[in-house]
Ligand binder design. Structure first.
Ligand code: ACM
Ligand code: ZN
Length: 552
């Protein structure tokens, strides 16, 4: 009897390991986002084993870094410890820059010689390495209750030829660090999550009524004082306040570190200084820049403030040029976002300085463009010229259409797609980010009680995000369709204060969004996406990322 008990105990003690060891560790190329073409030969496999090597090009630092990432990901995911070598001969994983196609196109070829990643640029190789990473079987887990340190001894790779490239060149995600401050460490994790989904543009919303978060060295009080609010309203403007001072800002060193980290992951950082509205954080420090002279507290509740920069005060333009000058020094991005949204004109209509400026410029109401909207266009024009002189292009929210678009401005369409369509018809470049599909601060489940409380109004379910088609042929000619640069998901943070909550809002909706950004419409199929998603979720688990476990 004793020995039977002992055998039973031993059996149960080793069972989890037996289950894992018994699993066939096979690569699966049907990942998220789904590659354009996967020609697989399941009859043959290349077997990757722990003593094998990854070869990098010793003459190319970027390729070497991508090889290091691949090495790290293989170990994290499977536990297989491969060896990095500059020697291509007999290496199991090889990188080659004599691929073909655009700068993000890549191929993966698995045959008896091993695994070859091919592209024309390191960017393409990085995308290929991410695909290889996601195709790996996930053997190691780090989440709660996991079976840690269970390693694969080998992974079988069915022979394959993958050819892939993204549909849109612009694949963005916005993080609002104005309403709530997120640490540099968190932003790095956020960038890693973006790279995992093939995203390449990080839109960093840095300034708000509720907090100015970008250090301007020549205006030291701006971030020091403009970043701190006395307290924060609880929930959706309940009228009850938490009584806790709240603040935080990014030094220019922090920003450079974020830019460097993002660059290594082929992500461009687009900073946004929202102007001339959403400026109460700055007005708190410089009340002379407001039409009424203030005083202005850093705002402690949500919604749109009537307090905006005075467009008739010449000091306003000096201020903006100082801020944007330092911003351009810190951020190398070709694109600079100047906001332009939600700028009520109540103060401008009554302000002698603003009205004098309107007169001086000879502005009159013209059809659908009223005087004050055109005054905002004049501000945009001045700022655009300043940015163009520094080799940058201006992006603005679709409100910048109201007074007439400036010459080269790019429109980010958030109030539906109408603004984007109107801008494309005028030959302007467009980024589609319509709130009902792309605002991931909104709830993702019908049962609102099942998720943390966030922005109300409507639900942006995973399937809703997935269903978005940014190019509607009936609305635009073939030429106008070329103006659509891409698509962006926006994580606003009025009601998102903590990293875990931010990831819960982001995932898995970013997985849905990345197929909108990456895949051609003919490839998209939500049922098929749901079949591929669980492997992505296991990867989230292994990376310790929170996500919403229910998909609607
Ligand atoms: C916005 O949501 N106000 C761009
Ligand atoms: Zn004014």
């Amino acid at each position: 009897m004793k020995s039977i008990l002992l055998i039973l105990t031993l059996l149960f003690a080793v069972e989890p390991f037996q289950i894992i060891e018994a699993t066939i560790k096979k690569a699966d190329y049907r990942i998220v986002p789904l590659p354009k073409s996967i020609e697989v030969d399941t009859a043959h496999v290349f077997v990757l084993q722990a003593d094998m090597t990854i070869a990098y090009d010793a003459g190319n630092a970027e390729v070497e870094r991508i090889a290091q990432f691949t090495h790290q990901w293989a170990e994290e995911t499977t536990g297989l410890h491969l060896t990095l070598t500059p020697n291509r001969k007999k290496a199991a994983v090889r990188f080659s820059l004599d691929g073909q196609g655009g700068e993000e196109a890549y191929e993966i070829i698995v045959d008896k010689k091993g695994i070859l990643l091919k592209a024309t640029t390191p960017i393409g190789l990085f995308r290929a390495a991410q695909t290889l990473r996601k195709a790996l079987p996930i053997v190691k887990e780090q989440g709660a209750g996991s079976k840690e340190h269970v390693n694969a001894q080998e992974v079988q790779f069915p022979y394959v030829h993958i050819q892939d490239e993204p549909r849109f060149p612009y694949r963005g995600v916005l993080l609002d660090c104005g309403r709530h401050f997120f640490t540099v460490e968190f932003i790095k994790q956020f960038l890693d999550a973006m790279a995992l989904h093939g995203c390449n543009q990080f839109h960093w919303h840095l300034t708000e009524d509720q907090g100015w978060r970008f250090e301007v060295k020549s205006l030291p009080r701006l971030a020091m004082e403009g970043s701190v609010r006395e307290q924060t309203v609880i929930g959706p403007n309940s009228g009850i306040y938490d009584g806790v001072r709240y603040g935080g800002y990014y030094t220019q060193e922090d920003c450079r570190e974020i830019v460097r980290y993002a660059q290594e992951r082929y992500i461009n950082v687009i900073p946004e200084i929202d102007l001339p509205g959403h400026m109460q954080g700055a007005l708190h420090v410089f009340p002379n820049l407001g039409c009424t002279g203030g005083p202005y507290p850093v705002r402690t509740y949500w919604g749109v403030s009537k307090e905006v920069l005075c467009a008739g005060n010449p000091e306003t333009m000096d201020f903006l040029k100082t801020v944007l000058g330092e911003l351009c020094d810190v951020f190398p991005s070709k694109y600079i976002h100047i906001g332009g949204d939600e700028c009520p004109k109540d103060r401008w209509r009554k302000c002698p300085k603003c009205q004098a400026k309107i007169k001086e410029l000879g502005i009159t109401d013209e059809g659908k463009h009223n005087k004050e909207d055109q005054l905002q266009t004049w501000v945009n024009h001045e700022i655009e010229r300043f940015l163009n002189e520094r080799g940058r292009d201006l992006i603005g929210w679709d409100e910048i259409l109201a007074g007439g678009l400036t010459d080269g401005s790019i429109v980010m369409s958030w109030r539906g797609t109408k603004g984007g369509i109107a801008a494309a018809r005028q030959g302007h470049r467009v980024i589609m980010s319509p709130n009902v599909y792309a605002y991931i601060d909104h709830p993702q489940l019908k049962d609102v009680a099942k998720q943390p409380r966030t922005t109300g109004g409507y639900i942006v379910s995973c399937s809703k995000v997935y269903s978005f088609e940014p190019v509607v042929p009936d609305s635009l000619t073939a030429e106008e369709q070329q103006c659509i640069m891409g698509v962006q998901a926006n994580l606003w943070t009025e009601h998102v204060a903590y990293p875990e909550h931010a990831f819960y809002q982001l995932l898995p909706r970013l997985a849905a969004m990345c197929e909108v950004q990456w895949c051609s419409p003919g490839q998209k199929d939500f049922d098929d996406f749901k079949v591929r998603l669980p492997r992505m979720e296991r990867l989230y688990d292994s990376l310790g990322l929170k996500y919403c476990h229910q998909v609607e």
